[in-house]
Design a protein. Sequence first.
Length: 180
Amino acid sequence: MAKLRLHELNRLDPEAFKAAPKTPVVVILDQVRSLHNVGSIFRTSDAFRLESIRLCGLTAHPPHPEMEKTALGATDVVEWHAHDRALDAINDLHARGYKVYAVEQATNRTWLHRWEWPTEAAGVGVVFGHEVRGVSEEALAACDGVIEIPQLGTKHSLNVSVSAGIVLWELVQKRGDLPK
């Protein structure tokens, strides 16, 4: 066993990434205030070659040097769009045949490990909310469902970028886009 060197990783260059087929997952950030969280979610979206990110409300958008500390260039390759409200992004995805799920602690939720990819949908949108207030009530009401990450400890919250990493990994895995 030996660690791989950068040239052995066979990573796509930016042009190849932009041209490559994407996993039909759209991340919607609803009022996420931390530039580091936004940058981390860009980097995770790059890692899983997701379709795009929707930056809503007060969520900052590129270019921003504080975001780049965690994005490490992912803002240059991951497609993104700004919206005044998360509801606008949700409605856009619904019009395109996507199912949209809030990642939240709410009634009628589906545990992440029990969630199933909706085969009838053109793709999936996932809404991650403000670090303190979570997903807005307006956005939550417009979603097709709620996904919750089971937590077994004494705290009942995770950092939004950590939540995004967990959820996005599970979605990509359930869709079958990972290497065999």
